[in-house]
Design a protein around this ligand. Structure first.
Ligand SMILES: *Cc1c(COP(=O)(O)O)cnc(C)c1O
Length: 388
C-alpha cells in the first residue's frame, strides 16, 4: 500500500503529560483497536510511559493486551513491568460465553443492566467455584445509553449485597461506580449530570456497598473543567491521540500523519470532466494529480462535497476535485510547480514547503469539518491503513 499512517510517539507522550497535569490517575482508553491506530502500536508507548490501566470495548481486545504483555515478559522487553499490575476494564458488552476468559485473565467488566448481571451471576454460580468477578457498575446520569437509572439502584444494591465480596456467595468485587457525560460543553446539563451521579453514589454509600473508585471524566470534561471532577480516575481516549476534545483548541500535540503518493499526473482542458459522474467539471486548463488513497482506506467519500477540502503537496494546498474513488483521488496541481509522480502527499498532518521553509498543516478536525463528521470518526476510519 502506498498509503501509510505515522504515529508520533513523542507527541503522544506530550499529550499524556498534559493530561496528567490535570488528573494524574488515568485509565487509557484504547477501545476499538486504539481508535483505529492498533492496540499493538499504542499499548507499548503507553506502557513505556507508566500507564497501567486500560479500557477496551471488547473481550478480544483484552485478550490482545494480555497476549502482548505475555510476549513482552517473555522477551524481557519491558523490565519495569515485572512488579506492576496491569488492569484492563471492558466498557462494552461481553457475551456470557466469554465470562470464563474474563475471570481467568483478570479482566474487569462493566455491568450496566439487570439482565446482564443475572446472566453473569448464573454462570458464576453454575460453573465457577470460589471465583470473584471484578466489575465496574455503570450508572446513567443522563446520556441514556448504558447504565442503571437512579430508580433502579436500590434493587441493584439488594442483589449486590447477596453476592459482594466477603458475603456468603462472594462472587462480585466492585472496582468502581462510574458514569459518562454526554455534553461537557453544556455547563447546565453537565452540572445536572454530575448531581445525578453524586446522588446515585450517595445511595450506594448509605447502604454500605463496598467499592474502590469513582470516575466520570473523559477528555472533554477533563479539559473543560480541569481538576474539578477528578474523582479517582480520568478515562481518556481522544486527547491521547491528539484530537481536540472541545470546540476551542486546548493545545494538544498532533499524533498522526496520513501520507500517500502521486501516482499519475495529466493535463486537462477547461470544461473537461474528471472522475466518475459529471460533477467534476474542470473550470480552467488544469494539471491534475491522481493520489493513491480513497474511501477503501478511510478517506470518506463525503469529502468530495466540500468546496474547500485539500491535501498538501510540496507544502502547498492542492484541492481535492471530482468524485472520490475507492483507492484514488484527484487533486488540482495547477498552481504547484515542480511536482512529479511519486511525490509525497499529506492527507492529515504537516508538510514543509521546500521553497520557503514554512510548514503547512491539515488537522483531523479540519478533515472532520470537510467530511461533515467528528474527528473520532475520521480517525477510526483509517484503521485499515498500515501503521508506522
Ligand atoms: C470512549 C469512552 C471514553 C473516552 O472518551 P474520550 O472522549 O475519547 O476521551 C471514556 N469513557 C467511556 C465510557 C467511553 O465510552
Amino acid at each position: 500500500m502506498l498509503v501509510n499512517l505515522e504515529i508520533n510517539k513523542e507527541n503522544l507522550r506530550k499529550n499524556l503529560k498534559k493530561i496528567r497535569s490535570i488528573n494524574k490517575n488515568i485509565i487509557c482508553v484504547i477501545k476499538d483497536n486504539a481508535y483505529g491506530l492498533g492496540i499493538e502500536n499504542i499499548l507499548p508507548i503507553l506502557l513505556e510511559n507508566n500507564c497501567n490501566y486500560f479500557a477496551v470495548a471488547y473481550i478480544d481486545e483484552a485478550v490482545k493486551i494480555r497476549e502482548i504483555l505475555k510476549n513482552f515478559e517473555k522477551e524481557k522487553k519491558l523490565g519495569f513491568l515485572e512488579n506492576k499490575k496491569i488492569n484492563i476494564m471492558v466498557l462494552n458488552y461481553i457475551e456470557p460465553k466469554n465470562l470464563k476468559y474474563a475471570v481467568e485473565n483478570d479482566v474487569e467488566l462493566t455491568i450496566f443492566n439487570f439482565s446482564q448481571l443475572s446472566n453473569y451471576l448464573k454462570i458464576l454460580e453454575e460453573s465457577f467455584e470460589n471465583t470473584v468477578l471484578k466489575i465496574h457498575i455503570k450508572v446513567n446520569s443522563g446520556m441514556n445509553r448504558l447504565g442503571f437509572n437512579e430508580s433502579e439502584i436500590l434493587e441493584l444494591i439488594e442483589i449486590i449485597k447477596k453476592y459482594e465480596i466477603n458475603s456468603k456467595n462472594n462472587k462480585l468485587e466492585i472496582i468502581s461506580i462510574f458514569s459518562h457525560i454526554s455534553d461537557a460543553e453544556n455547563q447546565i446539563e453537565t452540572e445536572k449530570q454530575v448531581e445525578k451521579y453524586e446522588n446515585i453514589l450517595k445511595i450506594f454509600d448509605k447502604n454500605n456497598v463496598k467499592y474502590q473508585y469513582k470516575h466520570l471524566q473523559a477528555s472533554p470534561l477533563l479539559f473543560k473543567y480541569g481538576e474539578k471532577y477528578n474523582y479517582d480516575f480520568a478515562r481518556v481516549g481522544m486527547a491521547l491521540y491528539g484530537m481536540e476534545p472541545l470546540s476551542y483548541d486546548v493545545g494538544l500535540f498532533d499524533v498522526i500523519t496520513v501520507k500517500s503518493q502521486i501516482i499519475n499526473i495529466r493535463n486537462v482542458k477547461k470544461n473537461d470532466k474528471i472522475s466518475y459522474g459529471s460533477k467534476g467539471i474542470v473550470k480552467r486548463d488544469s494539471k491534475i494529480g491522481i493520489v493513491s488513497i480513497g474511501y477503501a482506506h478511510g478517506l470518506q467519500k463525503q469529502i468530495e462535497n466540500s468546496q474547500e477540502a485539500y491535501v498538501l503537496v510540496n507544502g502547498k494546498k492542492a484541492k481535492i476535485v471530482g468524485e472520490i474513488c475507492m483507492d484514488m483521488i484527484f487533486v488540482d496541481l495547477t498552481d504547484i510547480n515542480d511536482v512529479e509522480i511519486n511525490d509525497e502527499v499529506v492527507i492529515v498532518g504537516s508538510q514543509r514547503n521546500v521553497e520557503n521553509g514554512t510548514q503547512k498543516k491539515i488537522t483531523l478536525r479540519q478533515v472532520a469539518r470537510w467530511v461533515g463528521t467528528i474527528q473520532d470518526d475520521v480517525l477510526t476510519k483509517f484503521s485499515g491503513i498500515k501503521k508506522q
